[in-house]
Each structure stands twice: as C-alpha cells, then as structure tokens.
Design a protein. Structure first.
Length: 137
C-alpha cells in the first residue's frame, strides 16, 4: 500500500461525513414544515455508507468510504388536528415530518467529530511523511 493512500482514505471519509452533515442540516431545516397530505410531507433522510476495498496482491485492503444512497425514514409522520390551519385536510389534520431533533443533533455531533478525526489523521500522516523525508538530511 502506498504511503499516500492514507490521504485518499481520509479524504473519502471527510466527503462522506460532509454529505452526512448536509443531510442532517436538511432534516433540521424541514423539521417543522407542514403539509396537507402524507404524500407531500418531507421525510427524514439518512445516508448509507459502505467500505471500499482495494485488492492488492490478492488481499482486500480498505480503500475508503462510499455513500451508496440516501434513504428516507419510513417511520410514521406526525399528524396533528388543527382544523383552522390553512394546510389542514378535509378531516382537519396537518402532517409534519418524522424528523427526530434529538437524533439529528446526535448525528450532527457524530459527523462533525468524525470529520475532525479524519483531519487529525491527515495532519498526523503529513507530519510522519515529513519526518521520514528529514531522515535523509
């Protein structure tokens, strides 16, 4: 494995966590949106990650992280009876997203810390490579 492969792996991790942060921000931004039907109501979204493997000399080695897809949460929507609301349906109900703010805040903290950890990996690897180059002086 190349010494520089670590930069690719950490970079793919940072890209994946950036997508996770953007998805979480979208969920938080739409948490209080209102709709008149279940079909039009925003549903919380989550990215699905997978490990990328490189086959080197017959051995699988980790090559990074990939975002396979972004899925919608199928948990039930929040239904509230508000007959005076302009978006209420014929039964007086409004529909709100299935976004759980506590889960979203935990996702945001986790993604942010994972991103920071990948930055630390990059910085440490850079320092190690520079130290290796200084051995030849």
């Amino acid at each position: 494995m190349s010494l520089f492969k670590i930069f690719d792996i950490a970079g793919s991790g940072m890209s994946a966590q950036a997508i996770r942060l953007n998805t979480t921000a979208s969920n938080i931004a739409n948490a209080e949106s209102v709709s008149s039907s279940t079909e039009k109501t925003y549903r919380a979204r989550q990215p699905v990650f997978s490990t990328v493997f490189d086959n080197v000399n017959g051995f699988d080695q980790v090559g990074g992280v990939r975002v396979n897809s972004i899925i919608e949460n199928q948990a039930p929507l929040r239904v509230q009876y508000q007959p005076d609301h302009p978006m209420a349906d014929d039964n007086g109900n409004i529909y709100m997203p299935n976004v759980n703010m506590i889960e979203e805040m935990a996702n945001m903290i986790s993604a942010s810390r994972s991103f920071q950890s990948n930055i630390e990996v990059l910085n440490t690897s850079k320092q190690m490579l520079l130290g290796t180059l200084r051995l030849g002086e």
